[in-house]
Ligand binder design. Structure first.
Ligand code: WT7
Length: 655
């Protein structure tokens, strides 16, 4: 394995204030981590005690990775909606604010939803779903903007034991149809339209287009913008109509710990997106615990995670993590640069946000606007900053820490994945000093290892020491995904076949001598565009659907703002000519098939792709050319036609 080039591992001391009143000091971390390893069962059963169980679990983890079988708290029963909502009301905290809604338009109406309101809203939504015919175990697709009704819908599903599948509002009708079909979802909850940065997103229209290809029994439509949408008689129902007269009570369905909670589609290195499945008990404990410790949450604080509920970050740290902790979570409908580049900071000041959690791509974009938009606002409410979704470059880390945090706040850089359910590697605010660019130390119960190509362990928590390799996790944790919906073989194949007996993350990583982990990025054919995972194979499939395209190969390349951009090499059928018009058609094709987030940054028309004599595309070479590292192409001796490379380099330079 190669050592990553320059790294900047200087220490940044944790602020003294972060240690005051912390729920985890350095000594406590060391003790708790050691116990989580030595007595996993005892440790996790104890953490689980913060939740209400209708049947107490007597055992924590019951799992093996070869053959793969993962269960946690298997004899326990609980309902995550009860834990996120009802129990806080029952404990006399019904007046506490659960959700603050900040609309896209800063002059729009802010909504402050108490836990008692939330309970009433979730019951109304749950009973409306039941009235529509939704039953325990059914899959419900949720395609919503970032409005409280999105969270109500998720919690309502959880309440009645339905399995939600949230689809990000930026995905296309094609993508909706594929996901609805994959999990045989008979129900969709959507809004008329979404609003982002002053633009409307035609959510209901997209659902209608998707339902030309897939079919469902019913669509529940929440009125949000009031825009004009078509309603199909007998299939589509307005929420405000159908919810009329539903009962004001709806018991939380007791769920077995291993009953499915949600499916979330995510891209992999091959094939269509996978429906990552999370179950109830382990996920509930994992996100409750990781939220509590990663953000060192203190009662009364306002927590703002900027992620959309369409991504796992929104599931775990807008909805289930904060609410199970009785926290106040801010839900923001808009975007960082609307109406101006100070929107995040204006919103922090407006709602006195204490904990702010966002993605490096947003930080880099805002950094470009300089300190002035930040300094327009009083950010003194902030106590903690967080980063998630992709590696944060030290320069962006420092800007975040110094310009936003005034050099006085802890910054947590949290590494995790859709499949991990919640935070896996991070510093804890009161326990650890920081290193800009490093995620830090393993969370309780997490056993990371670096392995070489053969799977030989080159560094882990037992051996200590510095090394670089592929990141695997060698034991299960409560929030681990249990399967790929409807395709357990694919689950086993994707995560457990490369290094039998270990969970393979797909990431490369360095561990330094202080035990800090530095994620270097994906080592598979997955790219990370603005913190969103994109399978290069998916983009390729979208491109080759065009009848002029013969072949496509897609790779990532470094992008100043997005982290990675999408670079597409395209060969055309005989007689077809490249040109701007065709390029525009291809961009549209990808947007139509996947969504705007997959729009190619570069289209490189080429007469041929570099292939081995057995016909395999040499992506390593394509990556190097896209990165403009044409001097370091490595071994090209296995190329079938070496001349192809020169043509490609020329094409790149003339771009
Ligand atoms: C991939 C997972 C974590 C939820 C949002 C993304 C990359 C994520 C970090 C980080 C370096 C990170 C990894 C990972 N990633 N967080 N703090 N530092 N890389 O979830 O879409 O499942 O993507 O995002 O490459 O494998 P996801």
């Amino acid at each position: 394995m190669t050592e990553p080039a320059a790294h900047h591992d200087e220490w940044v001391r944790r602020p003294a204030a972060a240690e005051q009143g912390t729920n985890c000091t350095a000594a406590q971390y060391a003790e708790m981590y050691a116990r989580s390893m030595a007595d996993s069962d005892g440790f996790w059963l104890e953490q689980a005690q913060r939740l209400d169980w209708s049947r107490q679990p007597t055992k924590a983890g019951d799992w093996r990775f070869d053959p793969v079988s993962i269960e946690w708290f298997v004899d326990g029963a609980l309902n995550i909606c009860h834990n996120a909502v009802d129990r806080h009301v029952a404990a006399g905290n019904g007046d506490r604010i659960a959700l603050i809604f900040e609309p896209d338009d800063p002059a729009g109406e802010v909504r402050r939803i108490t836990y008692a309101d939330l309970q009433a809203e979730v019951i109304r939504m749950a009973n409306t779903l039941k009235k529509m015919g939704v039953a325990k175990g059914d899959r419900v697709t949720i395609y919503m903007p970032m409005v409280p009704e999105g969270a109500f819908a998720m919690l309502a599903c959880a309440r009645i034991g339905a399995v939600h599948s949230v689809i990000f509002g930026g995905f296309s009708p094609e993508a909706i149809a594929g996901r609805v079909e994959d999990c045989a979802s008979d129900w969709i909850v959507c809004a008329d339209e979404g609003l982002r940065g002053g633009k409307t997103i035609p959510l209901k229209d997209n659902v209608d287009a998707a339902l030309a290809k897939a079919s469902v029994k019913a669509v529940l439509v929440v009125r949000h913008t009031g825009g004009d949408v078509a309603m199909t008689e007998g299939r589509d129902h307005w929420y405000h109509d159908l919810s009329q007269g539903v009962p004001g009570e709806c018991p939380c369905e007791p769920m077995n710990a291993e009953d499915p909670l949600f499916i979330l589609y995510t891209s992999g290195s091959t094939g269509k997106p996978k429906g990552v499945l999370h179950t109830t008990g382990g996920y509930a404990v994992w996100v409750e615990t990781t939220f509590r410790y990663t953000f060192d949450y203190r009662p009364g604080e306002v927590f703002w995670c900027t992620a959309d509920i369409g991504w796992v970050t929104g599931h775990s740290y807008v909805v289930y993590g904060p609410l199970q902790n009785g926290a106040t979570a801010l839900m923001f409908e808009g975007v960082p640069n609307h109406p101006d580049h100070d929107r995040f900071w204006a919103t922090v000041a407006k709602h006195k946000v204490n904990i702010f959690y966002t993605a490096p791509t947003a930080i880099r974009a805002l950094m470009r606007e300089g300190a002035e938009p930040v300094n327009r606002h009083d950010l003194s409410s902030l106590r903690l900053l967080g980063s998630v979704g992709e590696p944060i470059n030290p320069e962006a880390w420092r800007w975040y820490s110094e310009t936003v945090g005034k050099g006085a706040l802890p910054v947590v850089d949290t590494w995790w994945q859709t499949e991990t359910g919640g935070v896996m590697i991070t510093t804890l605010p009161g326990a650890h000093d920081m290193k800009p660019g490093s995620a830090g130390r393993p969370f309780f119960g997490i056993s990371p290892q670096l392995v070489d190509g053969d799977g030989t362990v080159i560094a882990d928590e037992r051996t200590g020491g510095a090394a670089s390799g592929n990141l695997v996790i060698d034991r299960s944790w409560p929030g681990q995904s249990r399967t790929v919906y409807g395709d357990h073989d694919r689950f086993v194949q994707t995560y457990f076949s490369t290094y039998p007996g270990k969970y393979f993350t797909g990431d490369g990583c360095r561990r330094d001598a202080d035990g800090y982990y530095w994620i270097t990025g994906r080592v598979d054919d997955v790219i990370n565009v603005s913190g969103h995972r994109m399978g290069t194979a998916e983009v390729e499939s979208a491109l080759v659907l065009h009848d002029k395209v013969a072949e496509a190969a897609v790779v990532g390349f470094p992008h100043d703002i997005k982290g990675q951009g999408i670079y597409c090499y395209v060969t055309l059928n005989a007689g077809e000519e490249p040109g701007e018009e065709l390029a525009a058609e291809l961009r549209n094709q990808v947007r139509r098939e996947i969504g705007p987030i997959a729009s190619p940054d570069h289209l490189h028309f080429t007469p041929a792709l570099p292939k081995t004599r057995s016909g395999k595309i040499m992506r390593r070479i394509l990556r190097k050319i896209a990165e403009n590292e044409t001097g370091a192409l490595g071994d090209t001796s296995t190329l079938a036609e070496p001349g192809v490379v020169d043509t490609l380099i020329e094409g790149r330079l003339n771009r």
